[in-house]
Design a protein around this ligand. Structure first.
Ligand SMILES: [Zn+2]
Length: 119
């Protein structure tokens, strides 16, 4: 299952970038996922939840931002983005385009809970 290995990967990255005694403070892991990466958001959330259960990361969650597909026109050289799979240049309507992005899978940031200020 694709999403399960992605979730395991995310956990590995979090483990290596956050100090061990701060893992329980991890609140949100912000991800950017390209539309072309074929990741099912719900499935990734579910996988993450099930493998972090009863671990230091059990209170953390994934915040997923889907990135559009980036295309570049071979005719007029304009770059644009699209959210559907109809690849046409929006400027000159040429269908000679190259896909230049949209398969990303990036952890953009890891947010830690800050302890409530003592009064
Ligand atoms: Zn064009």
């Amino acid at each position: 299952m694709h999403e399960l290995s992605i979730a395991q990967n995310i956990i590995q990255i979090v483990n290596s970038s956050v100090e061990q005694d701060k893992l329980a403070l991890v609140d949100k892991i912000n991800l950017k996922i390209g539309l072309l990466s074929n990741v099912l958001k719900e499935s990734l959330l579910f996988s993450y939840k099930s493998i972090t259960e009863n671990t230091a990361l059990e209170n953390s969650s994934l915040n997923i931002e889907i990135l559009p597909i980036k295309i570049e026109c071979n005719n007029c050289s304009e770059s644009s983005t699209t959210n559907d799979f109809i690849f046409n240049c929006p400027i000159c309507k040429s269908n000679s385009i190259s896909v230049v992005g949209g398969d990303e899978l990036i952890i953009s940031s890891i947010q830690l809970k800050t302890k409530a200020a003592e009064k």
